[in-house]
Design a protein around this ligand. Sequence first.
Ligand SMILES: Cc1ncc(COP(=O)(O)O)c(C=O)c1O
Length: 376
Amino acid sequence: MGLEISEAKGCLLIGTNGKEYLDLISGIAVSYLGHGNSAIIDAIKTQTEKHLHLMVYGEFIQSPQVQYGDAILQLLPAALDNIYFVNSGSEAIDGAIKLARRFTGRSGIIAFRNAYHGGTLGAISINGSEKYKCAFGKLLPGVVMADFGSEDVLEHIDESISCVIMEVIQAEAGVFSTKKEWLEKVAQKCRQQGVLLVFDEVQTAFGRTGKMFAFEHFDVIPDILVLGKALGAGMPLGAFISSKEIMLSLSHDPVLGHITTFGGHPVSCAAGSAGLGFLQRNDFQQQAEEKGKLFAEELKHRLIKDIRQHGLLIACDFDDSSLNIKVIKACIKRGLLTDWFLYNDKCMRICPPLTITHQEIYMACKKINEVLEEIT
Ligand SMILES: Cc1ncc(COP(=O)(O)O)c(C=O)c1O
């Protein structure tokens, strides 16, 4: 896009030319509480004055990690009682793959078409787009790609498989959700076969879909949960979470099963902690559902073919990518920042900070509807 931003406040990005843009992207679900949140900024400043990096992760007790880890685990079912902080979503995915392979002693993985899990070689190996993975030579062996939501996957879940890994709501595919019944069947087959179920909630966690975690919509609990993006409230941070029993398999043979120098950086953890506290105090996860519905109600135009919406993770379908790109460019000209999805360029992304106001939503929808009217 070539935009140069000098400052960001709330849901507004301000260009170096002084132009204001309403942020409907949140840095791809990272800035989930908007920009310049004073609780987050203060926590960063306070931690910066105390100390930055001290030692490779795990060697010292660093209280920002411990406090943030505790706060997250309190929100999760009892079976998910151990957290390992890393640097990014992709690293957390690689950590989860290693953990599942190490714990089960198996190397097969089942992943799903159209899922996006990141950019490291491990994550690429399980990505659901051939276009994005075929350019890099040999990837992880033993990966079975299945259709998301299809019962065919059940026959592949056997004792050769370490884990089934999925986004319960596929984001970069253009916001496609699974069904509870299907997920229950997959979970049951995993349990029968000793296969771990891994949910990638790098994009969906922390209230984005109207619940703290998207898996709460489905009543199915994963064995490993992967987090990133909003986890650091604007600072780089990732994590994978499991039971202590599973996690301990990374602590022996070899003793350092996953080494990460900057993982769980104290400033990132302090920022994430402050963000989570702010989210909880203001119930933004509850508001996400209602605000998302408002977008879906207000965005009415014959050129919009479908809207898929889970809280403030919203996909708006057009007939083709050239129309979508035209709309996105026209929106940017009018000071509205939207985007397409990595695997779905016919589809406009609407994923604003959860702090977006009703007035900003009305204004955004009005502008999008006006752009569509001008295009026809
Ligand atoms: C669902 C999902 N998983 C994993 C990742 C990778 O995260 P990161 O870019 O922080 O490595 C992303 C990034 O977009 C994502 O959307």
